[in-house]
Design a protein around this ligand. Structure first.
Ligand code: 5GP
Length: 184
């Protein structure tokens, strides 16, 4: 299961909510060469130097990885417990790679309630004006690519509501697995 959507849309917070509400979900922790933000505690990513990241690429340690605004981001090959569903929160180039390897992956495109709200959220994270402008410049690409890849589109207008919507979709998707003999 993959969450995609423009930076600032709240994918990270949604992912945290989802794993807190659903013990069958296993949230991957990505690697990045991006410096830690002042608002981050350090658990958000494994923050690494570029040379360490490149060595991990050479060693085939990533399920997918991509360069985004000059920094590398990657998902280590997941190691979920049996019966758990892997949850990734990544950008669109990575989601494309996951789709190619796992055509059954369910991709949720998370949309902001408005572009104004998206910009406000990016500013609240403590990024510089230059960073915010850079992030906003890639939003149209992320949205159009995102629509191509998405199995479901969810508007993050309210965290509780959006979490509930994703959880009920997941419940439906798991039904055939849970009740294999159940007829429609
Ligand atoms: P940020 O710098 O704002 O934390 O993340 C930038 C973008 O990279 C976001 O869209 C985020 O979802 C994405 N991202 C985070 N981890 C990964 C990853 O492991 N792989 C890929 N491809 N993108 C990631």
């Amino acid at each position: 299961m993959v969450l995609i959507g423009p930076g600032g849309v709240g994918k990270g917070t949604l992912a945290q909510r989802l794993v807190a509400s659903d013990d069958q979900l296993w949230l991957s922790r990505s690697w990045t060469t991006r410096p830690r933000r002042s608002t981050e505690k350090g658990e958000e990513y494994v923050f690494v130097e570029r040379q360490d990241f490149e060595r991990a690429i050479d060693d085939d340690r990533f399920l997918e990885w991509a360069e985004f605004h000059g920094n590398l981001y990657g998902t280590p090959v997941p190691t979920p417990d049996p019966g758990q569903d892997v949850l990734l929160e990544i950008e669109v180039q990575g989601a494309e790679q996951v789709r190619r390897q796992h055509p059954g992956a369910v991709v949720f495109l998370i949309l902001p309630p408005s572009m104004v709200r998206l910009e406000e959220r990016l500013r609240e994270r403590g990024d510089s004006d230059e960073h915010v402008a850079k992030r906003l410049s890639s939003t149209p690409y992320e949205l159009s690519k995102g629509h191509d890849l998405a199995t479901y589109v969810v508007v993050n207008d309210d965290l509780e509501r959006a979490t509930g919507e994703i959880l009920s979709i997941l419940e439906e998707l798991r039904r055939p697995r849970r009740d294999p003999l159940e007829k429609d």
